[in-house]
Ligand binder design. Structure first.
Ligand code: ADQ
Length: 477
C-alpha cells in the first residue's frame, strides 16, 4: 500500500493534548495520525560536530524519521535564509529582510542533503507532501536524485505580492524551484493570485483555470497546478477539550482572580508578524476613550518566545515588555491589572478552556497565512453564550470567518472601537455570528484540508499511472 510521506522542517515533539506552539505542527499531526504514514524532518537537535544520523520511531500509525542539524547548517539554512530572509519577506516586512548569499547557499545545500537522507526511505508508490518555506528547493533536490514520485507542497505562510518578493535576491530561483513540485497549495485565493502574478509578469509563464478548479501553470519548462487549501481545525474536538479543561487550575485561577470582570484573550507565538504592539495600543486606546471599561476588563496576552536568537525577535520582545509595563503603569489599580502578559506555553486543553472563559478573542496579525488561533477561539466557545472574535483582515482566516468583527490592525482607533463593540454585543448577535462561523469551521476541518490536497495530488498521479494510498480516492473531474 502506498504511504503518505510528510516532510517539514521540524518534526514536532507532539504528545496528545500537550503544548504545541506552532500551527504547522498542530495541523500536520492532526492530518497524519488519521491516515498513517511517515513524518520526516529535523529533530530540533543542533550538533557541534559529527555526522547526523536518522532516528526512526514508530508511534501508532505514524513513523517519525528525524535527523539533527550541524551548527553551520542550522545558522545558514534555518536561522539565516529561512527566518531572517524568507519569513520577513513573505510577511511583507521587506524592511526586516537580511540577505547573505552564503546563507542562501547553505539553505540550498541543506535542502539537497535532507532530500538525500530521505531517498533511501522512499518506496516507488509513496506520495510526498512537503511543507513550508524552509523547503522550497526540496522537490528540485529530490528530482535531481532521481525520485519520480508525486510531490506536493503546501505553504503555511502568505505568498507575497511580486513587488515584495523581488526584495529577496534569489526570487527567481525560488519560484523556479517551486515549479518542480506537481501541486502547490496555498492558504487563500489572494496567495494563489500573488503566485500567478509572479509567474505571468516576472517569469514569462502562463496560467490557466482548469475545469476541475485547479490553476494550471506553465513556467521554466514545467507544468504544474496550484490551488488554495485553507487549513482548518477539528472544531468539535476543540470544543470538547475546552469543556474538559474548565476544571484545570489555570482556568479556575483566571476566573477567581477576575472577580467577574470581562476578559479579552490573545494567544500567539511571540513574532513581529502578529501585530502585538498595535494590539496593546488599541487596548490602551479603549481604556483611554472609554473610562467605563476601566477596572471592568483585563486583556490576557499569552505569547511564548520563539526564534529568540534572532535580533528582530529580541527587539519585539523588548518593545512588548515596555508597552505592557507602560500601559499597566498608566491604568492599573491596586485590585486590577489591565494587561496580563504571559510568556509560556499551555496544554491545548488549557488554552481551549481559556478561550471559552474569555469574552473576546483578539487576533490581529499584521500578516498571517491562516491563523489557527482564530479558528480555535471560535470552536472553543460555549454554544449557549459565545464570545466574540475580533480578527485582522490580514489573517488568512478572515477569508472564511465573516462572522468575526474584521479590523485593520494598523487602525488603532478602529480596533479600539471593535473591542468596545465586542464587549457589549448582545447575546442574539453573538449567537448569530458564532453559528455562522461554526458552519464554516465544520465544513472545512483539518481532514477536509488534507483530503482535498491529497485528492488533487493523487488524481494527478492517477493520470500518469502512479498507484495511490488506499485511504485517498482520486478526485472526480
Ligand atoms: P503559526 O504562525 O505558528 O503557524 P497559528 O496558525 O496561530 O500560527 O498556530 C499557532 C498554534 O500554536 C495554534 O494551534 C495555537 O493554539 C498554538 N499555540 C500558540 N501559542 C501557544 C501557547 N502559548 N501554548 C500552547 N500552544 C500555543 C503557521 C502560520 C499560520 C498558519 C499555521 C498553520 O504562520 O498562518 O495558520 O502555520 O498552517
Amino acid at each position: 500500500m502506498s504511504r503518505l510521506i510528510i516532510v517539514s522542517n521540524r518534526v514536532a515533539p507532539i504528545s496528545e493534548g500537550g503544548p504545541a506552539a506552532g500551527g504547522l505542527a498542530v495541523g500536520v499531526y492532526d492530518a497524519l495520525k488519521e491516515t498513517g504514514g511517515m513524518w520526516f524532518g529535523w529533530s530540533g537537535e543542533v550538533l557541534s560536530s559529527g555526522q547526523p544520523q536518522i532516528q526512526l520511531e514508530e508511534r501508532g500509525p505514524v513513523t517519525f524519521a528525524t535527523i539533527g542539524l550541524l551548527r553551520r547548517d542550522y545558522d545558514q539554512y534555518y536561522r539565516g535564509f529561512s527566518n531572517a530572509t524568507l519569513w520577513p519577506a513573505f510577511h511583507y516586512r521587506a524592511d526586516l529582510v537580511q540577505y547573505d548569499r552564503n546563507e542562501y547557499a547553505g539553505y540550498c545545500r541543506v535542502n539537497a542533503w535532507l532530500a538525500q537522507q530521505l531517498v533511501p526511505l522512499l518506496r516507488d508508490d509513496d506520495v510526498i507532501w512537503v511543507h513550508d518555506y524552509h523547503l522550497i528547493p526540496f522537490a528540485e533536490a529530490l528530482r535531481a536524485a532521481g525520485v519520480k514520485n508525486r510531490i506536493g507542497f503546501f505553504l503555511h505562510i502568505p505568498f507575497p505580492a511580486s513587488q515584495v518578493l523581488l526584495a529577496v535576491p534569489p526570487h527567481r530561483e525560488l519560484v523556479q524551484a517551486l515549479c518542480s513540485f506537481d501541486l502547490l497549495g496555498f492558504q487563500t485565493k489572494p496567495d494563489v493570485r500573488a503566485f500567478c502574478d509572479y509567474i505571468v509578469n516576472e517569469a514569462g509563464g502562463t496560467v490557466e483555470k482548469r475545469a476541475d478548479g485547479l490553476t494550471q501553470i506553465e513556467a521554466f519548462g514545467k507544468t504544474l497546478c496550484a490551488n488554495d487549501y485553507p487549513i482548518g481545525v477539528y472544531p468539535d474536538e476543540v470544543a470538547e477539550l475546552a469543556k474538559a479543561g474548565e476544571r484545570d487550575k489555570p482556568v479556575r485561577t483566571l476566573k477567581a482572580t477576575l472577580h467577574g470582570r470581562k476578559v479579552i484573550m490573545s494567544v500567539d507565538r511571540l513574532d513581529y508578524s502578529k501585530g502585538l504592539v498595535e494590539r496593546f495600543r488599541a487596548f490602551e486606546r479603549l481604556l483611554e476613550h472609554t473610562p467605563s471599561q476601566r477596572n471592568k476588563v483585563s486583556f490576557v496576552q499569552i505569547a511564548p518566545p520563539t526564534r529568540a536568537d534572532l535580533h528582530a525577535y529580541q527587539d519585539i520582545r523588548l518593545r512588548l515588555e515596555a508597552e505592557s509595563g507602560r500601559i499597566n503603569g498608566r491604568f492599573a489599580e491596586l485590585d486590577w491589572t489591565p494587561i496580563w502578559y504571559i510568556h509560556r506555553q499551555y496544554e491545548r486543553a488549557v488554552l481551549a478552556a481559556l478561550f471559552r472563559a474569555s469574552h473576546v478573542g483578539y487576533v490581529t496579525p499584521l500578516r498571517d497565512g491562516m491563523n489557527l488561533v482564530a479558528k480555535e477561539y471560535v470552536s472553543a466557545q460555549d454554544p449557549e453564550n459565545p464570545g466574540v472574535l475580533v480578527l485582522s483582515r490580514f489573517a488568512g482566516a478572515a477569508q472564511e470567518l465573516g462572522g468575526a468583527l474584521i479590523v485593520n490592525p494598523l487602525d488603532i482607533d478602529g480596533m479600539a472601537d471593535a473591542l468596545g463593540k465586542a464587549l457589549s454585543m448582545p447575546l442574539a448577535e453573538r449567537l448569530a455570528r458564532y453559528n455562522d462561523m461554526m458552519v464554516q469551521l465544520r465544513e472545512n476541518n483539518v481532514s477536509v484540508w488534507r483530503d482535498r490536497f491529497m485528492r488533487d495530488l493523487t488524481s494527478m498521479a492517477a493520470q500518469v499511472g502512479v498507484s495511490l494510498p488506499a485511504s485517498v480516492e482520486p478526485a472526480q473531474p
